[in-house]
Write a new protein. Structure first.
Length: 467
C-alpha cells in the first residue's frame, strides 16, 4: 500500500492569509462591482459582440465556480473563498493564481486555469453532465453557446484577465455545504444484526474532511489486464474472478459504507460498475522485463520502471477505446501479470493537459502477487475461497485500493490526524472475520471473497458492511 506524496500546503497558506498575511497590494481593475450579482445575467448576453462580453463571461463562470474550486483546490473551498474575500478592497483585487504562487505551486497556475476551463467544456458541459447542485442556475440553451464562445476567445484573453474572471466568479458565488460526514440523500441499508465492529489499526480518532473530491455517485471502473504469456501466464480464473468481484463490490454493503464520506457539495459515493474491460497481450517493454528478471534489482527501481510503463499503458488503452482519462468518476484498474516486492498495490492519478498540470482520472495498480499462501506480505493470503491464490490475493488488495480511491481520489479528502484513510485505518496482516467453512469473510450475490475492512465514522471502527 503506497500513495504518491502530495503537497498539503493549501490549508496552511489559507490559515496564514486569514490571520492577516498580505497576498498582494497592487491595483487590479475589478471586472465585477463589489457585491454585484450574476444571477441570470448570462441570459442577456446572447448575440452581443465581443466588446462587452467580460461581464457575460463573469456571470457564466459564477455558475461553475464551485466546480472549478473542487477540481483545482485541495482544501475546503469555503476557506479559499474566505481568504480571497479578506483581501478585497478599494484598490486591490485578490487573485487565485497569486494565492497558489504564494504557497509554492510548482507549475504554471495560469495554464492550469485555462486547462480547467477547456476540460470542463469538453467533458462536463458538452456531455450533458452538468450537476444542478453544483452549477447553480445553468441554462443549456443560453450558457452552452456562451461557454463555447469563451473557449474560442480563450487564446486572446490575457492570463491576468482570465485569472480575475475566475477569482471574481469565486468571490461572487454562495458556497455549497462542505463535507459533513453525514450520510447523503440516500437511504442507508439497515442491518440485522448490526455489523461487527473491529478496532482500527491506529488510535488517532475518526476521519475528517479536508476538501477536494470523493468519487460521488457512480464510479466507472475500467479493468486493464496486461498479460504477456511468454513471460508469465495468468492463473486460469484470474481475470474472470477479478471482473466478477468488481461488479459485486460496486453493489455491496462494504461499498455502502462509503455513503458517509461526502464531498464539499454534499455528494457521496453510491455504487460502482465495470464500465470496460480490456486484455492486452502485447509484450511488456524491454526495461520492465529486464528489471523483473534481475534478482538483484532494487525494488524501488523496479517500482519506478513499472509505474512509468503502467501510466503509458493506461493512456494507450484508453485512447484506443476512447475512454475518458480526465473524469474523476473514472477509475482505471490495471493488473499486469508482473510481480513486485515493494507493495501490494498503488492508487494514484493520471497527469493530463498542458504540461501534465491537470489532475486526470485516478488509477489503481495491482501487481501479480506471487502467492505462497503464508500470509506475508499483508496481501498474500493464507486462505483461498476461490481456489486461486493469485486471484484471491488480487481481490483482497483491490478491495483495499478501491475503497481508498473512491474516498480519496486525489489528496487527503477524508483522513485522520496521521493521514490514514478509510482503508489504511483498517489494514491488518490477518484478514478479519474469516469463515472457516467458506474460507472467506464476505459472500456477495452468491460469490465468496476475502476483502479488507473499511473504517466507519459512525461506529468508530472497522466494518465489512456499513454505515
Amino acid at each position: 500500500m503506497r500513495r504518491k506524496t502530495r503537497l498539503r500546503k493549501w490549508a496552511l497558506v489559507v490559515a496564514l492569509l486569514l490571520m492577516g498575511l498580505t497576498l498582494f497590494n497592487g491595483h487590479v481593475p475589478t471586472i465585477m462591482a463589489k457585491g454585484g450579482t450574476a444571477k441570470g445575467a448570462s441570459a442577456n448576453c446572447v448575440g452581443q459582440t465581443s466588446a462587452p462580453l467580460a461581464p457575460c463571461y463573469q456571470s457564466l463562470l459564477v455558475k461553475f465556480s464551485n466546480k472549478f474550486l473542487a477540481d483545482i483546490v485541495n482544501v475546503d473551498p469555503t476557506l479559499v473563498r474566505s481568504a480571497l474575500k479578506s483581501k478585497q478592497g478599494a484598490n486591490r483585487q485578490p487573485s487565485l493564481a497569486l494565492l497558489a504562487g504564494s504557497m509554492g505551486y510548482p507549475g504554471d497556475f495560469y495554464a492550469l486555469e485555462r486547462q480547467e476551463l477547456t476540460t470542463v467544456a469538453a467533458n462536463y458541459v458538452d456531455q450533458g453532465k452538468v450537476d444542478p447542485l453544483v452549477v447553480k442556475g445553468y441554462n443549456a440553451a443560453v450558457d452552452k453557446p456562451l461557454y463555447d464562445r469563451l473557449i474560442k476567445q480563450l487564446p486572446s484573453i490575457s492570463n491576468q484577465n482570465l485569472d480575475q474572471l475566475i477569482t471574481g466568479a469565486i468571490l461572487a458565488t454562495q458556497p455549497v455545504t462542505p463535507g459533513t460526514g453525514q450520510v447523503c440523500n440516500v437511504r442507508p441499508p439497515i442491518y440485522n444484526p448490526p455489523p461487527q465492529v473491529d478496532p482500527a489499526s491506529d488510535s488517532t480518532g475518526d476521519l475528517s474532511f479536508h476538501g477536494d473530491h470523493v468519487i460521488d455517485g457512480k464510479a466507472n471502473i475500467y479493468l486493464i489486464f496486461w498479460v504477456n504469456s511468454s513471460f508469465l501466464p495468468a492463473s486460469p480464473k484470474y481475470m474472470s474472478l477479478v471482473e466478477q468481484f468488481v461488479k459485486d463490490m460496486g453493489q455491496s454493503p462494504l461499498y455502502s459504507n462509503l455513503l458517509q464520506y461526502d464531498d464539499s457539495s454534499a455528494h457521496c459515493p453510491t455504487n460502482a460498475q465495470v464500465a470496460g474491460t480490456f486484455v492486452d497481450t502485447r509484450p511488456f517493454p524491454a526495461n520492465v522485463l529486464a528489471s523483473q528478471k534481475n534478482p538483484k534489482a532494487d525494488p524501488k527501481v523496479v517500482h519506478s520502471v513499472d509505474d512509468q510503463a503502467i501510466r503509458q499503458e493506461i493512456a494507450g488503452v484508453a485512447a484506443q477505446h476512447r475512454w475518458n482519462t480526465q473524469d474523476y468518476h473514472n477509475v482505471f484498474a490495471i493488473l499486469p501479470i508482473l510481480s513486485e516486492n515493494l507493495s501490494c498495490g498503488v492508487h494514484d492519478w493520471l497527469h493530463v493537459g498542458a504540461k501534465g498540470l491537470q489532475k486526470g482520472s485516478p488509477f489503481v495498480y495491482i501487481p501479480y502477487i506471487r502467492s505462497k499462501g503464508q500470509g506475508q506480505p499483508w496481501c498474500d493470503l493464507a486462505q483461498s475461497p476461490n481456489n486461486d491464490h493469485f486471484a484471491d490475493d488480487a481481490i483482497y488488495a483491490l478491495s483495499y485500493m478501491l475503497m481508498a480511491t473512491v474516498a480519496v481520489p486525489y489528496a487527503d479528502s477524508w483522513s485522520d490526524a496521521n493521514h490514514m484513510d478509510v482503508a489504511s485505518k483498517c489494514m491488518s496482516s490477518i484478514p478479519p472475520q474469516i469463515n472457516v467453512k467458506t474460507k472467506g469473510n464476505v459472500t456477495w450475490r452468491g460469490h465468496t471473497y476475502i476483502v479488507a475492512e473499511g473504517y466507519d465514522n459512525l461506529r468508530h471502527g472497522c466494518v465489512l458492511e456499513g454505515p
